[in-house]
Design a protein around this ligand. Structure first.
Ligand SMILES: Cc1cc2nc3c(=O)[nH]c(=O)nc-3n(C[C@H](O)[C@H](O)[C@H](O)COP(=O)(O)O)c2cc1C
Length: 164
């Protein structure tokens, strides 16, 4: 798919079919994530690909803003080493994965990580060593129904030429 189409088609999808996602596709998503820009080229990210049903259920229980993870067939959890720009780097990787998922026709939703009260519990459950920050959890699956898009502010509304 054309890059612009993948971006334009992207929408948060929170309901999924039970059909699993092939490992090769999950690897493609991580590959898209690791190619994101990274300040000072430090690449602080680690991608934990969770596919086991009981682990997805547990993540959905822990993350109160991502309860739908329990109905997903995979979740890519992104942690970054605590560097100066860990949050920017981790968010860039997250967005790359969302666009790649859209390109593949997969449903995906960004579930918040940084600043959330469940950070420690998620890290403990996934065996993450200290010194790493939870950036996001990307809930994934084949969409169970037609993907609906929310209305966005118009191009004209958000664009300022030369001055605010
Ligand atoms: C930093 C960030 C955190 C988010 N956290 C959550 C979340 O915890 N749970 C959720 O359902 N959606 C979450 N979202 C998805 C937004 O709700 C969604 O992007 C927004 O409503 C716009 O809808 P769209 O993605 O379909 O365009 C998050 C998005 C961002 C960028």
């Amino acid at each position: 798919m054309d890059t612009f189409d993948s971006i334009a088609k992207r929408a948060s999808v929170r309901e999924y079919k039970t059909k699993p996602i092939e490992k090769a596709l999950l690897e493609k998503l991580v590959d898209a994530g690791r190619r994101a820009p990274t300040a000072r080229h430090v690449e602080p990210w680690e991608f934990i690909v969770v596919t086991a049903k009981e682990m997805l259920e547990k993540l959905g229980q822990i993350a109160n803003s991502g309860t739908f993870i329990k109905g997903s067939t995979a979740c890519i959890v992104i942690f970054c080493r605590e560097t100066k720009y860990y949050l920017e780097d981790g968010c860039a990787a997250t967005e790359n994965i969302l666009i790649a998922a859209s390109d593949l026709g997969l449903g995906a939703c960004w579930v918040a990580g940084d600043k959330k009260p469940y950070v420690e519990e998620v890290a403990g459950m996934l065996g993450v060593p200290s010194g790493f920050k939870l950036i996001s959890m990307i809930s994934l699956g084949w969409p169970s129904s037609e993907v609906k898009q929310v209305k966005n502010r118009s191009l004209k509304d958000v664009t300022h030429w030369e001055r605010f």
